[in-house]
Design a protein around this ligand. Structure first.
Ligand SMILES: Cc1cc2nc3c(=O)[nH]c(=O)nc-3n(C[C@H](O)[C@H](O)[C@H](O)COP(=O)(O)OP(=O)(O)OC[C@H]3O[C@@H](n4cnc5c(N)ncnc54)[C@H](O)[C@@H]3O)c2cc1C
Length: 301
């Protein structure tokens, strides 16, 4: 029986793990990988590493510590977390059953992709999924945002304050009625293309254009300096469905100490309903979740 199992090896999970090790908890980090989404970094000829806030030094430091401590990690996907009296059972894909007094869920989220030719090839080479992280790097540039929901609207709105030109490519026939939609409709440097399906991403070393299909079947080529796919973020929370409370988007609801509604279950990072998906936020939330779990465990140690 572990004191604590941490699910996820991204910035939130790695930070929680290092805190738990420092607190001398008998803990195990269970993850598909170490590093999580920090392995994805947008490359473009004019982007220098120092211009992006990504907390990489700290994440890499924690990652190498975990790589060294092989007793503290188990590299496998989690299928289900269940209650076992006051404790919890973590079931892994290979049929393993791990027991713990407390659990931290730090399994992040997955961006919805377009699944079109060229998307994989140019992923992070001019084609990206996080305008929140990179929008400030596009002054005087032409950018494209793909999507028609809240995430796309806020991405296009942020880019419209910086970039020379922003195209919003909306797959659907309408946009939600909101202040952001109104801003986009009235911004002189924003062009909204409704009802367009992206059918291909084209480029050389980097993505240079996308092919768009209109409802009448006509295909148009749209060139830009960068393309942001902002369709949706899906939290990796399926394995705690029915155990803890989720919000309408499937994110785990947590309080300001990263507690879920179930005593002994904590959550941190992109999988939660917390504000903004950023590495530094995930690091902070991971630290908080570990300290919060420690407070919970202290009377039981
Ligand atoms: C393309 C892109 C670029 C970005 N660039 C930046 C940037 O420059 N700066 C910045 O601050 N933020 C950036 N972000 C956002 C940032 O990456 C995230 O906010 C951050 O990684 C969230 O950390 P996390 O630990 O919550 O989740 P993640 O980093 O997503 O890690 C989740 C971990 O959980 C594991 N996992 C998932 N499901 C399971 C399961 N069932 N069983 C076991 N393990 C599981 C995964 O393998 C992974 O290790 C970017 C995001 C994207 C998509």
């Amino acid at each position: 029986m572990y004191d604590l199992i941490i699910i996820g090896g991204g910035p939130a999970g790695l930070t929680a793990a290092i805190y738990a090790i420092r607190k001398r908890l008998n803990m195990l980090l269970v993850s598909r990988d170490l590093g999580g989404k920090t392995q994805w970094r947008l490359a473009l000829p004019w982007i220098e590493e120092y211009q992006v806030i990504n907390g990489l030094e700290l994440v890499n430091k924690f990652k190498s510590e975990l790589e060294y401590l092989d007793f503290a990690r188990h590299m496998e996907a989690v299928e289900k977390v269940e209650r076992d009296g006051e404790n919890f059972i973590v079931r892994t894909r290979g049929g393993g059953e791990l027991k713990a007094r407390a659990v931290i869920v730090a399994s992040g989220s997955k961006q919805v992709t377009m699944k079109v030719p060229g998307e994989k090839e140019f992923m992070m080479k001019g084609l990206c999924y996080s305008a929140l992280s990179y929008a400030p790097l596009f002054p005087e540039r032409t950018t494209v945002v793909i999507g028609d929901q809240e995430l796309a609207l806020r991405s296009a709105a942020e880019l419209s304050t910086i970039a020379q030109k922003v195209y919003l490519v909306a797959p659907g026939a309408s946009l939600p009625e909101s202040a952001l939609t109104q801003k986009l409709q009235t911004s002189p440097n924003v062009e909204i293309l409704m009802n367009r399906q992206v059918v291909e991403v084209k480029g050389d070393q980097f993505a240079r254009s996308i092919l768009l299909k209109a409802p009448d079947g006509g295909v148009q080529e749209l060139s830009a300096d960068a393309f942001f796919v902002e369709m949706a973020l899906k939290p990796n929370s399926q394995f705690v469905e029915g155990l803890v409370e989720l919000d309408e988007q499937g994110r785990i609801k947590v309080d300001c100490a990263n507690r879920t509604n179930v005593p002994g279950v904590f959550a941190a990072g992109d999988v939660t309903s917390g504000f903004a998906e950023q590495v530094l936020i995930a690091i902070g939330e991971g630290a908080k979740a570990a300290l919060s779990a420690y407070e919970y465990l202290l009377p039981r140690l």
